[in-house]
Design a protein. Sequence first.
Lengths: 230, 384
Amino acid sequence: MDSLIWTEQVTKRYNPRKPDEILAVDDVSLHIEKGEVVVLKGPSGSGKTTLLSLIGCMGRPTSGRIVIEGKDVAKLPERFLTLIRRRTFGIIFQQFNLIRNVSVLENVLLPLYPVEISFAEMRLRGGKILEDLGIQNRMHMKVNKLSGGEQQRVAIARALINGPEIIIADEPTAHLDRKLSTDLLRILEDLNTAGKTIVIATHDPFVYDHHFVKRTVEMRDGRLLNIQQT
Amino acid sequence: MRHLKILEYALSSLLRRKYRNISLITVYALTISILASVLFLTHSLKLEAAHILIDAPDLVVQKLSAGRHDLIPSEYAKTIREIPGVGAAEPRYWGYYYDALSHSNYTLIGIDRNLPRLSLIEGRMPSGEGECAIGEGVAIARIVAVGDMMPLISSRDDVVLYKVTGTFRSESNILTNDLIVMGRKDLLQFFNLSADRATDITVTVHNPNEVTTIADKIKKTYPASRPITKNEIIRTYDAVFNWRSGMMLTIFASALIAFCILAWDKATGIGAEEKHEIGILKAIGWDTADILELKFWEGIVISLTSFLIGLIVAFVHVFFLNASILSPVIKGWSVLFPAFRLTPYIDIYQIFVLAFLTVTPYVASTIIPSWKTAITDPENVMRS
């Protein structure tokens, strides 16, 4: 298998050399292959969300290397990181991070606004994804009027609209009941079957014990404890 | 296409915060309308004054007694005419009349022939005793029309009836609005003036470069006279209106500064929600330039909308409502005039300066704080 994501001795410190310095990720080396489903598990504050952000190019490590599709992203200028975030990653946030008082469709289309495609093409793609996720009838509703499960689907639709290679999801079941969590995992499983690489940060056993998870990486105090292959 | 889409998102973003933005536009437009009103009014008054002075004589000679304007002997005109370089010297007969009925101040002129640059809207110029032609402002204030009799109280406290033979118009409303034109004899009688005295003498000079030389010669011939050149009058008008508008702008500058502080506070204080939104946009693939473009469009839409509304309000206020709020301060003495309508004049240069001084700071105050957020890692923005 090709190594799609590769971190080498990655460290992330917040407020370095200050009294309130926090060592969030400590010397983490990890390889994620194309088509894998990897779960970063651990309690709150273990550094899994920070590591996920670093992998998703939303932040830079204090030291170490992060290589995505053969490019060392830690050294890339901001505009290249933007391109990688736009083309390579679909991000599902813990709090959904949808724009309030904006319609479902507009939220889903957000990643396409800075891309050179027409309004018609954008709406076509948005309609298709919402249909695939079964929320096309909510298309023109404001997102804050939706239930938690529906908002989660909107967040997934937004993550998929650019056709990303890698899906990263931070605590995706944190606000969902068991039925909605099952639905979500089914969607992620389908995406994996379609060839997407999936990286999830969670402390929910329902996620990391799921049969489609290929590998579980345990973290504590910013360090990797052990890696389980399933 | 990309720019259009970002513009569309900017508009939708503004609509999402419509109450905040409407209040911002209201305050912004009000500030601009006050500043633009002062500029429009001052500029328009200066142009009205310039219109009056187009046909003004090169020199006006007054007589001073104890340092004050006094009537001048008409025979001075003959002597002045003989000074080499003088084209014409004519005595003028005019005075002011306060009308207690309409609380207005009129200008009465006595003529022997038609005045230049005056044409009648209707009727004819006065040709005999007891006749007069009047400006539109007088006709409105006294509710008289051509053919009516208009009573005025003379200096002897007699009521004198004049038949209105015509009403005026000219390129400048200020020129004719308060005017009552009658025969010279009628005017002298009305003001109880001696036949050998005039209000002043107008002098036309062949060579414009010789005006000051001629003025010096007149002063030497008649030491008690005061020759006033056309340029001096123009400079006085400019100085008066510039001073008044300068005072107004100084006062309103504090309002502008207060607004800028408010705008800066609104724009810089991008709340947690807006910061979070920038973080989300960055995380899902928006570039820093895309965020700046979004904020640029938001700033431009707010500021240009406010600017246009402010300009339109100022235009209506000055040229359709006679600058009812500002005119007592800018026009000064003319509060006693019959109300007159200013001719709309707009100086494009002033509009651009006003736009530069109001739109640019607002757009900058919108973009700069967003830029600070946009260059921060999305992870840090969303964490904060």
